[in-house]
Design a protein around this ligand. Structure first.
Ligand SMILES: Nc1ncnc2c1ncn2[C@@H]1O[C@H](COP(=O)(O)OP(=O)(O)OP(=O)(O)O)[C@@H](O)[C@H]1O
Ligand SMILES: [Mg+2]
Length: 225
């Protein structure tokens, strides 16, 4: 498909070996178009996180092809994967995963992928720009422990966006937050996605959050129904 930004072809993912093998993804075929907002829902253990990790090039499938903005991530060497990930995807986790001894600013700047036209000033401007977008500019010198859960997640969103990736993956981004803060976070994600014409793939347990999505994928037992 011409407009596809994520394509999965006959993707299988197995964990373990022999009798203990778990088939986490079973023959997944899927196309996500540029600018789509997709929610993935389904019971615990059905393979949602595995699907997201495989789509994002964080984990390799056991078989099948995964195309991310035209690049087959199953063919990229271990050495080149970090660059492809930095350029193509942002990832937001349920547990924020900020580095505790770096400030908000440093957490975001740390993942900025170097480019020939990135002077020190340019890097600083890019970091400040995403902090502004998530409304956390005034907290840039704070450490994660000095921020609320919602604020930490906003920093994690800024970190996911700093390289301007075309696709944003969010795995239960509001799972550790109260419902009101969760709504605020979802509004940020949805607003930024629209402004930047980004593709978003969101995993959630919360049916309420599927209202942000243009399309809902139901997963059961490693397959999309
Ligand atoms: N590293 C691993 N080794 C072995 N099995 C794994 C591993 N990671 C996941 N699994 C198994 O793969 C299946 C899918 O797991 P996954 O984490 O993708 O589920 P999920 O839908 O995200 O669940 P939850 O909603 O609880 O986060 C589960 O049966 C899980 O136990
Ligand atoms: Mg999960």
């Amino acid at each position: 498909m011409a407009n596809a930004i994520v394509q999965l072809e006959d993707v299988n993912k197995e964990y373990g070996r022999g009798k203990k093998t778990v088939a986490a993804l079973k023959d997944i075929n899927l196309e996500i178009r540029k600018g789509e907002f997709i929610a993935v829902v389904g019971p615990s253990g059905c393979g949602k996180s595995t699907l997201l990790h495989v789509m994002a090039g964080l984990e390799q499938p056991t078989s099948g092809r995964v195309l991310l903005d035209g690049v087959d991530v199953t063919l990229i060497s271990e050495r080149d994967l970090p660059k492809v990930r930095a350029q193509k995807i942002g990832f937001v986790f349920q547990a924020f995963l900020l580095i505790e001894d770096l400030t908000a600013y440093e957490n975001v700047e740390a993942v900025l992928w170097p480019s020939v036209d990135h002077t020190k000033e340019k890097q600083e401007a890019m970091t400040l720009e995403v902090l502004r977008e998530v409304d956390m500019l005034e907290r840039r010198d704070h450490f994660p422990r000095q921020m609320s859960g919602g604020e930490q997640q906003r920093i994690a969103i800024a970190r996911a966006l700093v390289n301007n990736p075309p696709v944003l993956f969010c795995d239960e981004p509001t799972g550790n937050l109260d419902s009101k803060t969760g709504e605020t976070i979802m509004k940020f994600i949805s607003k930024l996605a629209k402004e930047k014409n980004m593709t978003v793939v969101l995993v959630t347990h919360n049916d309420e959050l599927t209202k942000y999505a243009g399309k809902v994928l139901n997963m059961r037992d490693g397959a999309i129904r």
